[in-house]
Design a protein around this ligand. Sequence first.
Ligand code: CAA
Length: 263
Amino acid sequence: MKYEHLIFSMEDNIALITFNRPKKLNALNSELLDEFTGALDQIKRDENIRVLILTGAGDKAFVAGADIKEISACNTLSARLFAEKGQHVIGKLQGLSIPAIAAVNGYALGGGCEIVLACDFAYASETAMLGLPEITLGIIPGFGGTQRLARLIGTARAKEMIFTGNMISAGKALEYGIINKVLAPELLLDEVKKTAKIIESMGKVSLRAAKEVINIGMNADLDTGLALEAGAFAICMAGEDAREGTSAFLEKRKPVFKGGFRG
Ligand code: CAA
């Protein structure tokens, strides 16, 4: 697939998607959302891709939200279809079996913040500002923000952000647990890549199992989550990676994970 509004690149087994409409602060129009869906499908099909990093082109924005020009022309039906399109692609991102990390290099507003919320975790530059300013446009977040933000930081903080539309700094987002680290802008992508590289070296079966169990377990009761965990733990134990990882520890060497299953 050819991409016009995003850049898709690979480094070793790590995929990098850069939202690329810098003149519009990487705002999400329908074409960009379609390309994002295509890129995620491409990643899903490629077993060699082990980690995904998302960032924005330019030094101002990660993504400044859904394209307001496009939204402004929506009627009730097209607005619903647009929200469903955004929710679908962001759901696809969250449902990826590989880890996805956001490198938040500037404004992450509206749909941009909603992308961050669907990643497994995020690092941000000191200059980043995050928020769900939809209320200032007379609308509400439509790509999952009301649901994922409240679940992540609690309803009171989410309501304050959504009702006021105020942006928060990277430091505040760190305090709220929306991002994991704040970095100088010039260090951000390298630091995300370093973490991605560590993750990439782990067993792909156990990584996928860990992500799946956490994601499903977070929407289930504790007993269901624990049962899922025990089952996935047992499946990991049947894999070559478990033999390699435990043997390497006992033999005092570094493991080399290949991700196969015992015959
Ligand atoms: N949609 C479309 N265009 C956008 C945009 C957006 N979300 N955000 C910025 N742009 C455009 C601006 O219109 C401007 O284009 P022109 O040069 O052609 O005029 C260009 O990007 C640069 O933006 P500014 O001149 O506004 O830059 P600034 O530095 O003065 O301000 C900003 C930066 C505070 C991020 C400001 O651009 C802003 O408030 N943007 C809108 C943020 C927003 O409300 N996002 C939510 C969108 S709705 C949504 O996302 C719904 C949902 O849940 C899916």
